[in-house]
Design a protein around this ligand. Structure first.
Ligand code: BTN
Length: 260
């Protein structure tokens, strides 16, 4: 990766033409890597993992699919911020790689990357902590070259690919390098507990404060006004009765699916 300017992220990397899931593989083999930044890239996943146990589908060679291993220190920021941090890194990297996208990029909490309201990238952060073993993995999937009929239909949020949204072809290698450059810089802030500097790049691409939203969390739907994110990365929603809800785990619903 020529555009890679990192000290560690992506410097140690493995490539698989086909694998079940780069996240699963890295979590299962974390003991092979001592330091943060080891990266596993795949051309195709047969059992790509999405959030909430969903599957992440791809067509061979048409996506950027990779996972990075992290070994957060105990004094680092709350783990919930890793999700936001990764979303911001992916979105800003896409905007740099093709300036055509920069005005249209948005982040949907916690880390879905949208262009013109359509999801082009998803991120899954998974962690393990058992005895002396403790690590987290950030998994990134970016739809690069799929056509409409190669994208999954039954998604909760409409999907798209970078190629469908811009005439300029995006190099998979360059985009991976740009994301890793951003991720490493953001991870340094994370390790130092510099929460505000970590949240700002995310907030700069989030929905406008005051947007009416509905979110699903723990099986119930909460409706309210978007009031930003908290210091642990939780979504803040102000309900109609003025109650401020802090949602640590859940997802924002597509507007057509939240009118009961
Ligand atoms: C989502 O549901 O939006 C998150 C999708 C994350 C997909 C990526 S692809 C690379 C990495 N390996 C996986 O199995 N999942 C993540």
């Amino acid at each position: 990766m020529q555009a890679l300017r990192t000290r560690r992220f992506g410097q140690e990397s493995l490539f698989f033409e086909e694998i079940d899931s780069t996240n699963r593989w890295l979590l299962a083999n974390e003991e092979l890597f001592r330091l943060s930044g080891a990266t596993v890239v795949a051309d195709h996943q047969t059992a790509g993992r999405g959030r909430y146990g969903r599957q992440w589908h791809d067509t061979q060679g048409k996506s950027l699919l990779f996972s990075v291993l992290l070994r957060p220190e105990s004094k680092a920021s709350p783990l919930g911020l890793l999700s936001l941090m990764a979303g911001a890194a992916v979105a800003h990297a896409i905007g740099r790689i093709d300036s055509h996208f920069s005005e249209k990029l948005r982040l949907k909490w916690p880390n879905d990357v949208l262009i013109d309201g359509r999801k082009v990238a998803g991120i899954l952060v998974e962690s393990i902590s058992a005895g002396t073993r403790s690590c987290a993995v950030i998994g990134v999937g970016v739809n690069l070259r799929q056509s409409e009929d190669e994208l999954p239909k039954a998604t909760r949020w409409p999907a798209s690919s970078l190629q469908m949204l811009s005439a300029n072809p995006v190099s998979r290698e360059d985009l991976a390098a740009e994301i890793l450059n951003d991720l490493e810089a953001a991870y340094d802030l994370f390790q130092e507990g510099r929460t505000v500097e970590l949240i700002d790049p995310w907030a700069s691409l989030s929905l406008p404060l005051g947007t009416e939203l509905a979110a699903e969390s723990g099986g119930s739907v909460i409706k309210g006004i978007y009031a930003g994110v908290g210091t642990e990365g939780q979504l803040l929603l102000k309900g109609t009765d003025g109650t401020l809800h802090g949602i640590h785990s859940g997802e924002i619903l597509w507007k057509d699916t939240c009118d009961e």
